[in-house]
Design a binder for this molecule. Structure first.
Ligand code: FES
Length: 166
């Protein structure tokens, strides 16, 4: 049975074929993983941050889908040269708009990209043992979603293992 192709925008398809800032960053100040390797939906964000808390460069590795690669690519381009405080304000909705919209079943892919960025920013301040005033104490929607993805993936992989062992 063949499935109908997802209605991806041209921009998503272009970025999927030719993503920007793809790859591990050897001299990253901080990195963060979101998602779970068990289901394949996993991304790592790398940030190089200077003493003024400005992102000098960003890159990512993704084992997610086209939507995840495209949104991660856009996020890494956008945050370059931004102060961490401004990068924190980026929402998955604004990213989705920028790439011409996401199909509803792919919202989580964009949410995961922003979740990974925020997790990297939190990790940076945790390592520094400093918490700026603008950083919310509680996890934001994107961060929670990234966590839920991981929990869901863990449950699925457990179920798959149990089914294999039967
Ligand atoms: S990253 Fe999970 S389907 Fe896109």
């Amino acid at each position: 049975m063949s499935r109908a192709p997802l209605p991806y925008s041209q921009k998503i398809l272009d970025l999927f074929r030719n993503p920007k800032n793809l790859g591990k960053m050897e001299d990253a100040t901080v990195s963060a993983v979101a998602g779970n390797p068990a289901c394949g939906d996993m991304i790592t964000f790398y940030l190089k941050i200077n003493d003024q808390d400005v992102i000098e460069k960003a890159s990512f590795e993704s084992y997610g889908c086209a939507a995840n690669i495209a949104t991660s690519s856009i996020v890494t381009e956008k945050v370059k040269g931004m102060k961490l405080e401004d990068a924190w304000k980026i929402t998955w909705k604004s990213i989705a708009e920028e790439i011409g919209g996401l199909p509803a079943v792919k919202f989580h892919c964009g949410i995961l990209a922003v979740g990974a960025l925020r997790r990297a920013i939190r990790t940076y301040y945790k390592n520094k043992q400093a918490t700026p005033e603008w950083l919310p104490k509680d996890q934001t929607f994107e961060e929670k979603q990234a966590l839920e993805e991981e929990e869901l993936a863990k449950i699925l992989s457990k179920k798959m293992k149990m089914a294999e062992e039967k």
